[in-house]
Write a protein that binds this ligand. Sequence first.
Ligand SMILES: CC(C)(COP(=O)(O)OP(=O)(O)OC[C@H]1O[C@@H](n2cnc3c(N)ncnc32)[C@H](O)[C@@H]1OP(=O)(O)O)[C@@H](O)C(=O)NCCC(=O)NCCS
Length: 170
Amino acid sequence: MLRFGPLTLSEEPALTTYLRGFADAGEGEIPAYFGKPEWSFEQTVATLAAWARGEELGDFVANTTVFLRDGDVLVGHYNFRHELTPRLEQHGGHIGYSVGPPFRRRGFGSRLLAHGMDFGRQLGLPRILVTCSPDNPGSIGVIRNQGGVLQDTIFFEPLECQVSRFWVEL
Ligand SMILES: CC(C)(COP(=O)(O)OP(=O)(O)OC[C@H]1O[C@@H](n2cnc3c(N)ncnc32)[C@H](O)[C@@H]1OP(=O)(O)O)[C@@H](O)C(=O)NCCC(=O)NCCS
């Protein structure tokens, strides 16, 4: 059974296995996962929950991380920014997502964005911005599956990379 929700305190072994899946695939950076390796698991759960409430943010905006589980196995997650900043308008958008390498190309990425769209509707947003590299066919496939329309592709100077910006109507 598929279930969406925040990370819970019973999921430490599941998170360890999930993160190892990225490391084993040689993917050091996990898009949309902002837990830090030096944090304890309890600190990770508490900090993600605080950010979702708009607390402990530093220079970031309120953001909610939601995991997708297949049974007890974590298969993917997204991070939804409750509002845009000038930087997020260029790179990041409202939502980022990742699917664990062993679980890709089974529709989970598309389900994550669909769930994120429901989250955006609950926030009262009329549309959400989704950005990705023009060289990321998986993410472009996810966005197009949910009706995303390309606005443009820009050069993002801070990271010296191209960014395609899509709007998804809610
Ligand atoms: C991008 C990502 C989330 C896609 O997840 P996924 O679960 O494989 O996506 P889906 O199975 O829903 O696939 C969506 C569409 O893209 C296509 N697709 C997925 N990966 C693809 C790839 N590597 N090459 C070409 N097409 C791809 C699928 O065939 C599908 O198209 P279809 O519905 O017409 O058949 C996943 O590859 C990932 O986590 N990548 C690393 C992190 C990342 O890039 N996140 C996005 C940052 S913007």
